[in-house]
Design a protein around this ligand. Structure first.
Ligand SMILES: Nc1ncnc2c1ncn2[C@@H]1O[C@H](COP(=O)(O)OP(=O)(O)OP(=O)(O)O)[C@@H](O)[C@H]1O
Length: 252
């Protein structure tokens, strides 16, 4: 488990505030992620998990605060520039180009640096051999789980060093959850940092070196994934149970 917290963080969010239609959503959030960590942000529906990831990915302009990648200010950069620097938001759901082939979907992910496409395709094929077998078929004819795999693979094609994964386990069968968890471990070993949000709290906290609980736009707890899983407040808030119960009985 990677728990290094000295030296320069890969990502530093400082006093971030965002709003939609003048309604404040993220309220003065500060947090740090270090290289090769799996970091989780969990919280109730509507707490602001997706909003934080979108702000880091450049899809949402903060009202105030700063976002730094290895000391460089990303806050006002356009999305393509944030992606070019290796910060890639992977949306929830099956957001593929349905009429294009699997290979074309992957190539679109790598459009910012086409010379690196073959090398990145090799990584995708290693992680997801199932996609390799379906390169020529339209992405829309993949199963839901395979489409989610393709969305993640498209993010890898962009050359991510920090992957922002929005609810990656949503709608996945146990077999695909395992494939995704195995892929996350390989990616971390290869030097990538993964910032994961979502409702599958136990699964996400189980793979997290560092985790945050967010409630109504504010970070209310920080610790390792294992620590948060045992925390009374988190268990009451997210599982609706007391600490003596196993959350596995309630929610996976
Ligand atoms: N495009 C938008 N316009 C207006 N309000 C929005 C928009 N997107 C999100 N919100 C609001 O911002 C708040 C935080 O939403 P966000 O999607 O970040 O929550 P979340 O923690 O990811 O929730 P969930 O677990 O349900 O996906 C919610 O109150 C939501 O209604």
């Amino acid at each position: 488990m990677k728990s290094e917290t000295s030296g320069e963080p890969l990502l530093a969010i400082e006093h971030l505030c965002t709003s939609y239609n003048h309604t404040c959503i993220i309220k003065d959030v500060s947090l740090r992620l270090w290289p090769q960590q799996v970091v989780a942000v969990v919280g109730p529906n509507g707490a602001g998990k997706t909003t934080i990831l979108k702000a880091v990915g450049g899809l949402l302009r903060p009202v105030s605060g700063k976002i730094y990648l290895v000391g460089e200010d990303l806050t006002q950069l356009p999305v393509w520039e944030v992606v070019r620097r290796g910060v890639v938001y992977v949306p929830e759901g099956t957001n593929v180009f349905p009429d294009m082939s699997v290979l074309e979907n992957l190539e679109i992910g790598g459009y910012l640096n086409r010379t690196l496409i073959p090398e990145r395709l090799a990584l995708v094929y290693e992680l997801f051999p199932e996609l390799h077998l379906k390169l020529r078929i339209p992405a829309g004819s993949l199963s839901g789980g395979q489409q989610r795999m393709l969305v993640l693979a498209r993010g890898l094609m962009a050359g991510a060093r920090l992957l922002l994964l929005d609810d990656p386990f949503l709608g996945l069968s146990p077999k695909y959850v395992k494939i995704f968890c195995d892929a996350f471990r390989v990616l971390r070993r290869q030097g990538m940092t993964l910032f994961i949000s979502g409702q599958h709290v136990r699964r996400i906290l189980n793979v997290a070196d560092l985790a945050f609980l967010i409630e109504e736009g504010e970070i209310t707890l920080t610790g390792s994934g294992a620590e948060l899983l045992q925390n009374h407040h988190l268990r009451r808030t997210l599982f609706g149970i007391e600490a003596t119960c196993d959350p596995a009985d309630v929610l996976t």
